[in-house]
Design a protein around this ligand. Structure first.
Ligand code: APR
Length: 185
């Protein structure tokens, strides 16, 4: 699967295990307790080690759509940003808006910590059941907005991490549609 090249101030898609990425921040798709779970949450806690759970316990939880930042412990990344996506419930309970808030909250923390590279998993698209095409579209739209509103000028690299070819393909299709709508510069 050809990854499009990574670049400062750019957006790239990457097939990878997010716990292995040497970026300044990786984003965790957590739950409201922030006490770990399965999926990418479980992978990050396993890779980071038990000290991460202790810091998360001290934070005491995270409302859906918001985010908290912790140390990296045993991870190669410098920071872990934990956000809680909405559980898909048919679309009539502000799921789209709450998912968009996850990305906005993570970017706000990235800016306040002068983070220059941030990698996101496909938040809410696993156990939380968000339709993949919809979650990818929201993710890319928020990533593009962040880059256009100053992230690109500050040289921030944004990576959408895909853990399966199906997710990668979904991101690729969504990205093509998003760029097709882009007015010629
Ligand atoms: N690296 C990158 N992406 C991963 C990894 C990994 N190591 N492991 C899983 N993923 C991908 C999944 O394939 C999916 O595309 O992360 C995406 C999000 O899936 P989940 O981890 O299930 O997260 P989410 O749908 O937001 O559900 C969160 O699940 O694990 C629990 O505690 C978590 O209760 C919370 C819920």
């Amino acid at each position: 699967m050809p990854d499009n090249p990574r670049s400062p101030g750019g957006l790239s898609l990457l097939m990878a295990d997010i716990t292995r990425l040497d970026v300044q921040a990786i984003v965790n798709a957590a739950n409201n307790t922030m006490l770990g779970g399965g999926g990418v949450d479980g992978a990050i806690h396993r890779a980071a080690g038990p000290e991460l759970l202790e810091e998360c316990r001290r934070i005491g939880g995270c409302p859906t759509g918001e985010a908290h930042i912790t140390k990296r412990y045993r991870l190669p990344a410098r920071w872990i940003i934990h956000t809680v996506g909405p559980i898909w419930n048919g679309g009539g309970f502000r799921e789209d808006k709450l998912l968009a808030c996850c990305y906005k909250s993570c970017f706000k923390l990235a800016d306040s910590h002068d983070i220059k590279s941030i990698a996101f998993p496909a938040i809410s698209s696993g156990a939380y059941g968000f339709p993949m095409d919809r979650s990818c579209r929201i993710a890319l739209s928020e990533m593009k907005a962040f880059l256009e509103e100053g992230g690109e000028e500050r040289g921030v690299e944004v990576i959408a991490v895909c853990y399966s070819p199906a997710v990668y393909q979904c991101y690729q299709e969504s990205l093509s549609k998003l760029l097709a709508k882009q007015p010629e510069k």
